[in-house]
Ligand binder design. Sequence first.
Ligand code: SP5
Ligand code: ZN
Length: 333
Amino acid sequence: MIVIYPPGHAQHRPPSEIFNGNRDAHAEVPSRIERIKDALAQIPGVEFSPLQRFPVQWLKALHNHRYIAYLSRCSTTGSNAYVYPSVFPYAPGQTTKHAVGMRGQYSFDMYTPVNMATYQAAYESATAALTAASLVRQGAKVSYALCRPPGHHAEYAKMGGYCYFGNAAIAAHYLSGFGRVAVLDIDVHHGNGTQALLYGRADVFTVSIHGDPDYLFPYFTGRAHERGVGKGMGYNLNIPLPLGTTDRTYHTALGHALDAIGGYNPDYLVVSVGYDAHVRDPIGGFKLSSSYYRNIAQSIAALHKPSVLIQEGGYNVEVLGEISSLFAGGFML
Ligand code: SP5
Ligand code: ZN
């Protein structure tokens, strides 16, 4: 397994997220990825490989160029202070040049602030995903991009859910130039961004297992009736599960997801790996055990597809080392 680590992530450290008018400690902290990196470094058969350079065109393939330019401009402010949205567009398609307005124009929540380090970190995170994809295209069986910030909530022109660029969708789009691609998202939250960025496509099959949006972020998407649009109809599969879901229930859903992916018969697999369905995650609400993560990995690896693992969520820093070891180890069994 080849692991890609984006060093710039550590400069992006939002202090807080705004929830119901309160400033809560931000869950998406740098130590998450440090713990995972340290754990993976202990595993025989894991090697680290540096970030390769990819031009911004790879971001523009899936994101609005003005959105990218906005994030890029935020990196030139010379201020370490994080800015948050206050006012959101009140009708579809509305735009503004006002700094306060733009924060809302390019966001869908108040959990995902920006400072001068955010663009570089998010760009490197996407680059880690692209590097991992290129290594698999060149023949590696499995690569693991330690993406931070995460990506699966980022929309075409909006940040949200701690995400800025759609790392998994970007990697999938890259690989779609070389064959059919399936994306499997096991983060506990619905990957609304991945879904939206790939919704009209039949050359990328997107599957997500997640907490029922009636009870969990991102609330507005992730329902089973969302199956794609146009040529992409039938190439998006959502499997929502109730809060409190255990290993047993999850395993049935995972079986359905893997059967569907096997039927699609992709040349490449992209896995959005979140560890926030773990029983000790502070925001997930599922009850998966640590040892079951080895089982999940083994089941996915049994598809025998060249696979790119993309880090998404997982917020209990105390257990991320253990879970990621079991997951990476399970993939290499
Ligand atoms: C990538 C990823 O996993 N993003 C998840 C974003 C979900 N954030 C939800 C934040 C929940 C707010 N905290 C509630 C505190 C109640 N006291
Ligand atoms: Zn998540």
